[in-house]
Write a protein that binds this ligand. Structure first.
Ligand code: ZN
Length: 150
């Protein structure tokens, strides 16, 4: 990755960590799931409002490292207005990007999420980046009240 691109990506991560988007509780949430990454100590609670099969609102509370906070902030922003199917597709693409299974990163599909592509070089941080998405996946499948990455 080019150094200037890396710097830009770091700026976006710092910005979302300092000023997390959607950092609030949805009182009448349709789905509430807690996510925990014991490897790093990242904890979050994800709230979703669903209208039919569309995610009409998403928010979170919790505390974690810069990567996990930036990731959940970006995730709640990007899934708003998306259908459950589209959100699951994004989760799959994001997972492939961060675990390095997919060599070619589809920047167009991932948009701003591409800023987290760098974590693939740091295996210990991958779970920080994917915690938000595993929690989202559990919330969409409506199978669990809490998930852990370990
Ligand atoms: Zn972390």
């Amino acid at each position: 990755m080019f150094d200037d691109l890396r710097e830009l990506y770091q700026e976006v991560i710092f910005d979302h960590n300092r000023n997390p988007r959607n950092f609030r509780i949805i009182e009448q949430a349709d789905r509430t799931v807690e996510g925990f990454n014991p490897l790093c100590g990242d904890r979050l609670t994800l709230y979703l409002t669903l209208t039919g099969d569309v995610i009409t609102d998403a928010s979170f509370q919790g505390s974690g490292c810069a990567i996990s906070t930036a990731s959940v902030s970006l995730m709640t922003d990007i899934v708003k207005g998306k259908t459950i199917t589209d959100a699951e597709r994004l989760f799959k693409q994001f997972h492939e990007m961060t675990t390095g299974k997919e060599e070619h990163i589809n920047l167009e599909a991932l948009g701003k999420l591409a800023v987290l592509a760098g974590v693939r070089e740091y295996p210990a941080r991958v779970k920080c980046a994917t915690l938000a998405w595993h929690t989202l996946d559990a919330a969409l499948k409506n199978e669990a009240q809490a998930i852990s990455t370990e």
